[in-house]
Design a protein around this ligand. Structure first.
Ligand code: 5GP
Ligand code: ZN
Length: 114
């Protein structure tokens, strides 16, 4: 999608601090980190949000979570733990409408979230 910042990152037209990439996803550091490790895992294809995934995209959705698991191992935080968040639409607090999973680690997370 031409006016999507995350599509531009996937295309290499905008820079990012990449930490992981495979056939389906890329992951890069969030520009406003909320934890010592704050990474966004995004599909390489444009899907605006969780509401827009079809049943046929099950593999792509799974790839996002599996990428997070691999990033946790890469950063040696798998055992200490981490938080995965996907914000959806207004009440979810979504501001970028290209699906992304927040990977947060490196400090104690609180519950419930704000
Ligand atoms: P949302 O609020 O949609 O769940 O999360 C969007 C996230 O994307 C925010 O945490 C924000 O800091 C991050 N973000 C927005 N634009 C950019 C960008 O151009 N580069 C990077 N690395 N992060 C971005
Ligand atoms: Zn996009």
């Amino acid at each position: 999608m031409s006016d999507c910042i995350f599509c531009k990152i996937v295309a290499g037209d905008l820079p990012c601090d990449r930490v992981y990439e495979d056939e389906h996803v890329i992951a890069f550091n969030d520009m406003h980190p909320q934890a010592p490790h704050h990474i966004l895992v995004i599909p390489k294809t444009h899907v605006a949000g969780v509401n827009d995934f079809s049943d046929e995209q099950q593999l792509l959705l799974g790839a996002i979570v599996l990428a997070a698991k691999k990033i946790a191992a890469q950063l040696s935080v798998a055992e200490d733990g981490y938080r995965l968040v996907m914000n959806c639409n207004g009440h979810g607090g979504q501001t970028v409408f290209h699906t992304h999973m927040h990977f947060l680690a490196g400090r104690q997370m609180l519950w419930p979230p704000g």
